[in-house]
Design a protein around this ligand. Structure first.
Ligand SMILES: [Zn+2]
Ligand SMILES: [Zn+2]
Length: 158
């Protein structure tokens, strides 16, 4: 979606609201991205404030369990109609008072996605030797420190 922002830039107190969906070209984003928010001129400064909601499919970095996350990414920027000397990511410089909202929201989404997800904070992961899910069961690979297994080992050594 493109927003035409001439009147917002030129009029204090003016705002444009939006509530729409677009599809993001990313295999992990499994729903349309729902964007709700507004662009408003507050005492001459133009703010963009929005929330982007979507479903995200990934897997646990430790145990590989598939995960479906409901994401809500805040999109907050100041908009400038022309470049100023300051170089700041918070400020988005527009080309001709026109904002490509999909593009801006997509960038914020990609920046906000964590590099790895866990199914739970204390996920025990998979055994690196036999591949068993250690959240569900213990395996003998982890057991050598257990005295009962030391006894067994001794039996086999004889
Ligand atoms: Zn896990
Ligand atoms: Zn194991």
């Amino acid at each position: 979606m493109y927003l035409e922002l001439d009147s917002v830039f030129n009029t204090e107190g003016e705002s444009v609201e939006f509530n729409y969906e677009f599809s993001l070209e990313d295999d992990s984003v499994v729903s349309p991205v729902k964007v709700i928010g507004s662009v408003y001129n507050k005492t001459g400064v133009v703010h963009l404030k929005a929330d982007a909601k979507f479903d995200y499919s990934t897997s646990c970095a430790k145990c590989n369990k598939p995960l479906l996350k409901h994401a809500n990414v805040p999109v907050r920027h100041f908009l400038l109609a022309h470049a100023e000397s300051e170089d700041n990511d918070e400020f988005i410089v527009l080309d001709g008072m026109r904002l490509n909202l999909d593009e801006l929201v997509s960038e914020d989404i990609f920046l906000s996605i964590p590099p790895r997800f866990l199914c739970k904070d204390d996920c025990k992961g998979l055994c690196s030797i036999c591949g068993v899910d250690l959240n569900e069961q213990q395996c003998i690979c982890r057991a050598p420190s257990d005295p009962r297994w030391d006894a067994l080992k001794d039996m086999f050594n004889e």
